[in-house]
Design a binder for this molecule. Sequence first.
Ligand code: SF4
Ligand code: SF4
Length: 164
Amino acid sequence: MPDKGVGTRLFLGLRDPVAELISKRLDCLKCPSLCCKMTGCVEVSRADIRRLAKFLELTVPAFEAKHIVARPRGARKLIKAIDKTCQFLSPNRRCTVYRARPNDCRGYNCWDHADELYDYARFIQMPVEDVRKLERRETASELEENEKERARRRRQRQREAARA
Ligand code: SF4
Ligand code: SF4
């Protein structure tokens, strides 16, 4: 995750054409910090906890009491629960513990993960003219489908008329 931190139908239609339209790597400064707000959880190791506690000038027990949000059985403790906004994300979308952030967050790039988060982030960063291009493609494809359906029904009516 970085130091800072839309029509559904269109978004779902992006998977193929978008790859042609924008580069794979995204600009985190142009993103509403989706990775700190959505998707998975953030686990912390003992070293992460010690580093964060020191950064926040807390003892380890005080840090855990205040900032651990879940302790899943058999897994590491969490500072961010699944699909929840991280408690350390500021209103202006900055990570307030950036220098001490957990290893889970260091080096995280959504473009290295083939999931919906990356699709959303790509969509948000698409130039408007590319979004319009996709809309036109989608409209053209819908018109073509409608025309095919009308032709199919016409043929069916002609067959029924011929049998009658
Ligand atoms: S979701 Fe992707 S583009 Fe957005 S801040 Fe996170 S890594 Fe950067
Ligand atoms: S600690 Fe929270 S706000 Fe900071 S990078 Fe990780 S998920 Fe984002």
